[in-house]
Ligand binder design. Sequence first.
Ligand code: NAP
Length: 530
Amino acid sequence: MQLTGEHIIASNFSKTQSEAFQAMNPMSGERLATTYYEATSQEIDKAVVKAEEAFRIYRKKSGKERAAFLEKIGEEIMALGDELLDICEQETGLPQGRLQGERARTVNQLKLFAELLKEGSWVDARIDTADPDRTPLPKPDIRQMHIALGPVGVFGASNFPLAFSVAGGDTASALAAGCSIVVKAHPSHPGTSEMVGRAIVSAAEITGMPEGVFSLLQGRTPFVGMSIVNHPLIKAIGFTGSFRGGKALFDAAAKREEPIPVYAEMGSINPVFILPGALKARRSQIAEGYVNSVTLGAGQFCTNPGVVFTLQSEEATAFMQQAGDLIAKVETGAMLNENIGKGYQDQTKKFGQANGVKVLGQGATSKMAVPSQAYLFSTDVRNFLNTPDLSEEVFGPSSLVVAAPTREELLQAAEKLEGHLTATLQATEEDIEDYGDLIAILERKVGRLLVNGFPTGVEVCHSMVHGGPFPATTDARTTSVGTAAIKRFSRPVCYQNFPPFALPDELKNENPLGIWRLLNGQLTKEKSIS
Ligand code: NAP
């Protein structure tokens, strides 16, 4: 496919000269050929107005029709073949194997939402039938279901150029809910974004979706993103990226004349607690799993285990030494872009120079234009608690081991944690019984609790929670991975005393879609309501 560098605005391609940029290959340092321009105010406005026009039609499409659209997007992405993976590798430095897996995950995610739509019960239909004889007042007929919010702004993430980008989880969940979307491409992979964007437009055309259901805008300064958030026709935002970016978008959305929800996933240090029984029983295995998890994908995952807590002991000292030795043998790849590479270097330098912090091990510097180098640091719990900088996310292959002299101090450290995406326990059954109080603390701090695994690798399924209390996200009540993500882009509406013919199919007496509904408090698929 010939990349043109155009924005995609409701099936039309547009390129107005403005602030120009090109992607950079972080492995070689070369600038890639295609020039992209930051979207102008007119282009942004046109994309959003078209999204509103499309929304009026798209939200009324049946679940089956929207499912066909999502499935077709997956097929069109696969039809891009290896060319997509080649461009993506050049723009991100991520190896082909990883990108193949990520593409499969992207397509499977679209299929999973398609299945959800075909089944149909996600709308959470509730029916309370009327009781005209009730005294002292008759009871009205009240029925509720979820409907789509409106046009949604989606921000592509740098670290998942496929699965959290143009056709990623936010796109899949917003389109599934019945929302039209305007995507702000991440400036470090504009070509990948353009290819996937073209695949979505093609899928929309083939499945008869309205023009404007999807637009893609390029940009490399906050102007484009802020303009989307501030556009009065936009009704919600999905974002994955930095705390600074996510919080700026959240604050801007809250200051609008009509504030809108911003679902920003902003990172996390994903604490791991290695409890005494597990450390004794499986020290080497835990050290290996930990180092693999820290260095996977050059550590550029929001679920990277950035901090490990353990009780001081001979076993703990041996664990630190072993993990430090293992990390010294790892050569990680390129960092995603110059900004992220520079941020990582600055952060690891700051950690290395912090009082009371020891370097347990450091890997080889990769021979890449934007290199990475794995680091493992250690400190004691008092220093950790007194040095707020040590709780910051270091985005890259780095982690800090914190040793506590007593159980009380371990719990104190857990209490002091802010909101994170995950917390992990390396624990025996006995440890779990002994540390119920730790689990009770962690339940209030994170969206996902794991036992005897590592947090990298997020399953896309119905029960996943990829979210957590602030500052990990701006809304702890939901998830950005898995089918529950659809609820972010819908809201409940209820119909009181509506004549049956005017009700949506989901709420009609005869249940024509055969979905699960809460009928007078009982969950049922009953076909007729008397
Ligand atoms: P980012 O700087 O937050 O950028 C993500 C997207 O948001 C880009 O499209 C960016 O557009 C836009 N944006 C950022 N700040 C904005 C603002 N103030 N107003 C409007 N739009 C804004 O994230 P990144 O480039 O992916 O990486 C930077 C850092 O983010 C990393 O070093 C890492 O610490 C963190 N990060 C976290 C995660 C995570 O999983 N939570 C993932 C990736 C990165 P422009 O570039 O065009 O301004």
